[in-house]
Design a protein around this ligand. Sequence first.
Ligand SMILES: [Zn+2]
Length: 249
Amino acid sequence: MNTPDEMLSALAGEYAAYRLLATLTSSLSKKRRSLEALEHTYRECVRAVVGTRAAGRVEEASAWRRVQEFARAQRDEMRMWISLREQRFHAAWEALVSAQYAAHFAARWLPDFAPAQDIDEHLAAVERTIFPKQRFLSPGFISDESQAECTLCHAVAGECDHIPGEIYAGEVAARNIRGIVAMRELSLVDNPANKHARVFRYENMDTLTLERIGSASPDRSPAGVGTRIARRGWYAKRRPVRRAEPIST
Ligand SMILES: [Zn+2]
């Protein structure tokens, strides 16, 4: 593809076929082939961002960055459907959340591109219908504002013209919070800033399969890589106990 607009129009042309395949019942091998193609498209966008920025074509770099985010939403959604078919439910959740974040940015940055609007709405519906309602942990920190910085120019956050979440020459501005002085609270919430920070279980019940952990369920959840806190908790309980001697009860 020569231009971001050409890539967008190709993606728009393929979107109906993608939407048929990005479903639970469609062939797993077809989904895997589609994922390879989506990965290829995503990498092509990343290379285009880097190349055009290096050549000083900053507007074009930003345009490619918007397409890249849409490509990432499609790729990660397909990963989710594949993980669901493989009964890797935690991995499916992680892919869903990653796809949702990408779709959210793509929908905002490409307001006139219908597939970006569609995938954003679609993924919200998928979360409601495919997964049990999840709850999340949200930490509240006290930080030193003078140490928060803009990720693009490293000025003190708020003192430069970069707006977090906007694209400048192909790069997304963000606010890097540093200098955390204290942790104020840890809340259990329904609508967190970070949906990766999920409660994995209540008592002994897995929050995705609703099975008791340790029961003979064939469903594997969570699998793959989770948040560090959650993973530590999970493996601490799941690691098989090596028993050298019979245990009397
Ligand atoms: Zn800045």
